[in-house]
Design a protein around this ligand. Structure first.
Ligand code: SF4
Length: 125
């Protein structure tokens, strides 16, 4: 049996959480103490069994009024996929115009997310 301490990041309350778990082939959560809501309990369970993260980055733009467009994942991705996804983003180049919400990279590294633009970049030629 193992004890882990986490800080829940779901909301600004940042509850301190203590978890008792059994780590075998599959992590089994025996008890969660300190979560004050069900959303927090769901996050703790996911964090210990399949942690997920979102990514924000930038992609170079040609012929635009900005040289870089800010981007993010439109859904969380498995923590273990972050470096692969960042490598795909690093290789990408786009040409203006770009609009907020445009999908610039669909399913990077085989994930279930898309990389979308989070700013507009106008064409300047
Ligand atoms: S346990 Fe609930 S109240 Fe506490 S930080 Fe997480 S989401 Fe917020």
């Amino acid at each position: 049996m193992l004890k882990k301490n986490l800080v829940c990041i779901v909301c600004p309350n940042g509850c301190d959480v203590e978890v008792l778990l059994e780590e075998g082939q599959k992590t089994e959560i025996l008890a969660i103490d300190g979560c004050t809501c069900d959303k927090g309990k769901e996050w703790v369970a996911q964090e210990l069994t399949r942690p997920m993260r979102t990514i924000a980055s930038g992609i170079p733009v040609e012929d635009g009024d900005f040289k870089l467009v800010s981007v993010r994942t439109d859904a969380p991705i498995p923590l273990g996929k972050i470096f692969e996804v960042m490598a795909v983003i690093k290789e990408k180049r786009v040409t203006a115009p770009v609009a907020i919400g445009d999908i610039l990279i669909p399913s990077p590294a085989g994930t279930d997310c898309n990389i979308i633009a989070t700013r507009n970049v106008a064409f300047t030629g």
